[in-house]
Design a protein around this ligand. Structure first.
Ligand code: A3P
Length: 319
């Protein structure tokens, strides 16, 4: 994909493979994309020009994006964080390729609730660094990347996909999901390449790329909220720092967020090409749920892959 090109990327020009039933994914630059988003991803790559003050939250789906959106919004727009009680985190921090670059080369800020505040706009994306490198490198914007244990990511994705409108007729079989996660077309996959793309940068350029895991956040949310605030250039200050941080942590906790009416509702993401209910972004919010689903053989299969893809590169994570 050329940044300067204005041609529309045609699906028919791309390799495609079934990921379940009649549903296909399309391959761009080694990554598997849903047909609904191929063109909007292409538009983001060609036309999105982040401002130096922009914050980009990047992630592989189901790794804690919704949580990070809430935390980033609360940290950056501290005085407006009560909006989390009435607006879905995905409307407060829209996904570039799903909610903004949906129809044209011009960004569509369609959400009435999106912050029009040009000071520190926060956007999110699931586009891998390998495809978004030119866009991110050509700006002073800061990037936060969240990742999660591969086995929990797989389980969370399987549940999520099976809540889509189009899976009502034919659900995604569990064995197929496992197989595709390890070796095949999986939305935005391969997971390991996605994670390593951003991980390497966070080691090379820590002042631009902040890398955090779901598990680190769960185990010590307070410390990571303070680190995020420092990284974003808006540290907590004053005599009541402790209280301020605790307040952010609490208002973004799974327990609090998942109980807001808006987050329990069946309403669909504004701008998305297919129906994704608001409540599908909150399920269990736990570490290690894969143990309830995966047998020892499958765990070993995924762990072997994790050793090969992460550990062999010095990233001792994911088992
Ligand atoms: P589970 O399906 O394991 O429960 P994403 O936001 O990237 O789509 O990821 C969704 C996952 O994050 C889901 O995991 C969801 O329950 C969990 N999640 C959502 N909000 C959370 C929060 N505030 N704290 C912890 N986990 C959260």
């Amino acid at each position: 994909m050329e940044n300067s090109s204005t041609e529309i990327l045609e699906l028919s020009s791309l390799p495609k493979e079934k990921w379940w039933g009649d549903n296909c994914l399309y391959q761009v630059g080694g990554f598997w994309l849903l047909p609904e988003f191929v063109q909007s991803i292409d538009r983001v790559i060609k036309h999105f020009k982040p401002l130096p003050s922009d914050i980009i939250l990047a992630s592989f789906p189901k790794t804690g994006t919704t949580w990070l959106k809430s935390l980033l919004f609360s940290i950056v727009h501290r005085s407006s964080k009560d909006r989390l009680a009435i607006e879905h985190p995905h409307e407060l921090v829209p996904i570039l390729e799903v909610q903004i670059y949906t129809k044209s080369n011009e960004p569509l800020i369609t959400t009435p609730s999106s912050t029009n505040n040009h000071f520190c706009q926060i956007f999110s994306t699931h586009i891998p660094y390998q495809l978004l490198a030119e866009t991110l490198d050509s700006s002073e914007c800061r990037v936060v990347y969240v990742t999660r244990n591969p086995k929990d990511t797989l389980i969370s994705t399987w549940h999520f996909v099976n809540k889509w409108e189009k899976t009502k007729e034919e659900s995604w079989p569990f064995e197929v999901a496992v197989d595709k996660f390890c070796n095949g077309p999986f939305p935005y996959g391969p997971y390991y390449d996605h994670v390593m793309g951003y991980k390497k940068l966070s080691m090379e350029r820590p002042s631009k790329f902040f890398f955090v895991t779901y598990e680190e956040l769960k185990n010590d949310t307070k410390t990571h909220v303070m680190k995020l605030a420092e990284f974003l250039g808006c540290p907590f200050e004053g005599e009541d720092v402790e209280e301020q941080v605790e307040d952010v942590v609490k208002s973004c906790s799974f327990e609090v967020l998942s109980n807001h009416e808006v987050n329990k509702s069946e309403e669909s993401l504004i701008g998305s090409k297919f129906k994704v209910p608001y409540n599908s972004f909150f399920r269990k919010g736990a570490i290690g749920d894969h143990e309830n689903y995966l047998c020892d053989v499958t765990i070993e299969r995924i762990d072997a892959l994790t050793r090969e893809k992460f550990h062999s590169c010095g990233f001792m994570y994911g088992i």
